[in-house]
Write a protein that binds this ligand. Structure first.
Ligand code: DX5
Ligand code: ZN
Length: 228
């Protein structure tokens, strides 16, 4: 199965920014596949987080790929700068641009992987026309803007639907899930078809973030082996 490989992407939004390098090393040691960086503009979401300088610093601090989740309006205006800062994968929101196709194409042309993200109230059907232009689809399982929120179970059905549709539409993309992902829901998400697990609180707000990464991977891998 082309998309069976599980990816664990710790979200540094839940890390201690005063010791970001150490926190990243901890999850690297736990076998994290990539680092998830949440960028918020105070407009698309009601919060402000981090931006270009942090991505550039992280690029020097880790060899892991950086996935930048842009929770900003008109993401197309910033895509090139984030790629130049070191982003390997850029996730933009379907709701944040009227030119989703153009923006996704731009990401790929700049040499990064392109991802389309949808909020909890946005149907999967809004993405069918870009299935051929994305490397990944991100299903938000919380309303974006904050870490530590409760998982919204409706995301599971959306992942199942995406999993069926990617076959039907000859799609070749990963399915990512972001928000409230933890040891409780990982197995069900993997069975539904999720490939990439973004987790902040359940990794960094534990005494041993490396062990938390290993545990999520174990739960996802076991669930997948039962499914196949
Ligand atoms: C939410 C962010 C998430 C968030 C996940 O707006 O996009 O990446 O950091 O954090 P947890 O895992 O704590 O829900
Ligand atoms: Zn995110």
């Amino acid at each position: 199965m082309a998309y069976a490989k599980i990816e664990i992407a710790p979200s540094i939004l839940a890390s201690n920014f005063a010791k970001l390098g150490e926190d990243v090393r901890a999850v690297e040691e736990g076998g994290a596949d990539l680092i998830h960086v949440d960028v918020m503009d105070g407009h698309f979401v009601p919060n402000i987080s981090i931006g270009l300088p942090v991505v550039a610093s992280l690029r020097k601090a880790t060899r892991l790929p950086l996935e930048v989740h842009l929770m900003i309006e008109r993401p197309e205006e910033y895509i090139e700068r984030f790629v130049l800062a070191g982003a390997n994968r850029i996730l933009i929101h379907q709701e944040a641009t009227v030119h989703l196709d153009r923006a996704l194409t731009m990401i790929r042309e700049l040499g990064a992987q392109a991802g389309a993200a949808i909020n909890p109230a946005t149907p999967v059907a809004t993405l069918t026309d870009v299935f051929g232009k994305v490397d990944t689809v991100l299903v938000m399982s919380v309303n974006p803007g904050f870490g530590g929120q409760k998982f919204i179970p409706g995301a599971i059905e959306k992942i199942r639907q995406l999993n069926q549709w990617r076959a039907r539409y000859n799609g070749a993309f990963r399915i990512e899930v972001d928000g409230g992902v933890d040891a409780e829901n990982t197995a069900e998400l993997a069975q539904a078809g999720a490939n990439t697990f973004v987790a902040g609180t359940s990794i960094f707000h534990t005494p041993d973030p490396a062990a938390a990464v290993r545990q999520i991977r174990k739960l996802a891998t076991e669930a997948l082996s039962q499914r196949v």
